[in-house]
Design a protein around this ligand. Structure first.
Ligand code: NDP
Length: 444
């Protein structure tokens, strides 16, 4: 048994019932095998065993009172995974599906993603099994306050800096920050994704979606192509999906479909993003209503059939495991040329295999959606320096970072003999920096 296989077996035995964590660890560690072969000193230093073990796991009770006066209790999590290259950094997810396995898979991915940005940020992730859907503003606020009452003792501008993720947008970050400030009496960059009036950065809202499109644009560009005239399918209709759609449209692509967790809309004339934004960002309504408003558009209940729509470029931007093997095969059969992951782990391992065997340019999440956390790090820099950069300044830094990530993963894949395999490239490029830092810091 190889070192990688032994570490994976130990991980599965010691962390039973955590399928998403197993999946992410398997995907990452198996692609690192050639690196491990080249660096036998890593095994001696127990580097992989330490890499897959979070530095700290915090689980806590989140009690709150709903509008009917009834007491509700949720589970809160923060996994501080790896601080070798900087303070823990990663989003908070509020969704009923949240459990330790999901937070650990996201945290593990985050370590490499953050490293790939080239900025000094470690990896962490957190959240709660709380469903913000259908809750009043007051309920959201009381939940966020209770969540922060506990979380505040574990985070700090130089320790651990959470941000948003599914179910945690500007509103939630505002409530979380307000509570942190009240308890700690510090107006510091302890959360990113803050509003512009209290320390936020321009472009943070757009960053993940824009970054996703910038890295895809670079992949197109090196192949002598562009977004102009391309048909694009985007899943989700949340923060990442909306701004990915906006940037694709700015670059001349046509987005024909999007979804929310109930079903998808198809609009052959190209999605009218103003309508989607009004429904999702302002009214917090269901995407179904788009088909009632926009002539010629259709709505289909259920999500997975969105991948039966022929497209040149697919941008999954909703959630994990939304493209399985069958969906991947259908996409390939219908001529998809590029798949770039806006969501975290939206493609199953089987699906990735289908894309790679078919020669689809596949850009994995930890590279493709790193624009969000990269801009969060730019927000941290502005907070520490008490500075405020213009939209153009942040946007051009973001674009530069995404272009660099593309070439870093391309070069690493080439260096190890896996040209065009961006899963290998992203994992190796991200891992090398973390491994160097961990080796330099001794057994900690
Ligand atoms: P949002 O909550 O803003 O949007 C999520 C979207 O995905 C919504 O349209 C939601 O539908 C849909 N969705 C969620 N779960 C499911 C599901 N099980 N099946 C079908 N649709 C679903 O989240 P974000 O846009 O912020 O995040 C989307 C993805 O991008 C996540 O994987 C996240 O981890 C990742 N990501 C986000 C970053 C960010 O900066 N926001 C940074 C990097 C990665 P509905 O409205 O019905 O709930």
């Amino acid at each position: 048994m190889t070192y990688v296989e032994r570490v994976l077996e130990k991980l599965k035995t010691e962390n039973p019932g955590e399928p998403e964590f197993h999946q992410a660890a398997t995907e990452i560690l198996t692609t690192l095998a050639p690196v491990i072969e080249r660096h036998p000193e890593y095994e001696k230093a127990g580097l992989l065993e330490r890499f897959v073990e979070p530095e700290r796991v915090i689980m806590f009770r989140v009690p709150w009172v709903d509008d009917k006066g009834e007491v509700q209790v949720n589970k809160g999590y923060r996994v501080e995974f790896n601080s070798a290259i900087g303070p823990y950094k990663g989003g908070l997810r509020f969704h009923p599906s949240v459990n330790l396995s999901i937070i650990k898979f996201l945290g593990l991915e985050q370590i490499l993603k953050n490293s790939l940005t080239g900025l000094p940020i470690g990896g962490g992730k957190g959240g709660a099994n709380f469903d913000p859907k259908g809750k009043s503003d007051g309920e959201i606020m009381r939940f966020c306050q209770s969540f922060m009452t506990e979380l505040q003792r574990h985070i700090g501008a130089d320790t651990d800096v959470p941000a948003g993720d599914i179910g945690v947008g500007g509103r939630e970050i505002g409530y979380l920050f307000g509570e942190y400030k009240r308890i700690r009496d510090e107006h510091v960059g302890v959360l990113t994704g803050r509003g512009l009036s209290y320390g936020g950065s321009l472009v943070r809202t757009e960053a993940t979606g824009y970054g996703l499109v910038y890295i895809t644009e670079e992949a197109l560009k090196v192949r002598g192509d562009s977004f102009k005239g391309k048909t694009v399918v985007i899943s989700g209709s949340g923060n990442v999906a909306i701004y990915a759609c906006q940037k694709v449209q700015q670059l001349g692509g046509k987005v024909v479909a999007m979804y929310d967790s109930n079903g998808y809309i198809y609009d052959g004339n190209g999605i009218n993003l103003d309508v989607v934004r009004d429904l999702k960002e302002v009214k917090r309504a269901r995407i179904k209503e788009y088909a009632d408003i926009v002539k010629g558009a259709t709505y289909t209940e259920g999500c997975s059939r969105i991948w039966t729509i022929p497209c040149d470029i697919a941008l999954p931007c909703a959630t994990q495991n939304e493209i399985d093997k069958t969906s991947a095969e259908t996409l390939v059969k219908n001529g998809v040329k590029y798949v770039a992951e806006g969501a975290n782990m939206p493609s199953t391992l089987d699906a990735i295999d289908v894309f790679q065997k078919a020669g689809v340019v596949f850009l994995p999440a930890k590279a493709a959606n790193a624009g969000g956390v990269a801009t969060s790090a730019l927000e941290m820099a502005q907070s520490s320096g008490r500075m405020f950069w213009s939209f153009e300044e942040v946007d051009s830094k973001l674009k530069g970072i995404m272009v660099n990530i593309y070439h870093a993963m391309e070069n690493s894949a080439k260096e190890y003999g896996y040209e065009g395999n961006y899963v290998m490239g992203a994992n190796i490029a991200g891992f090398m920096k973390v491994a160097d830092a961990m080796m330099a810091q001794g057994v900690v």
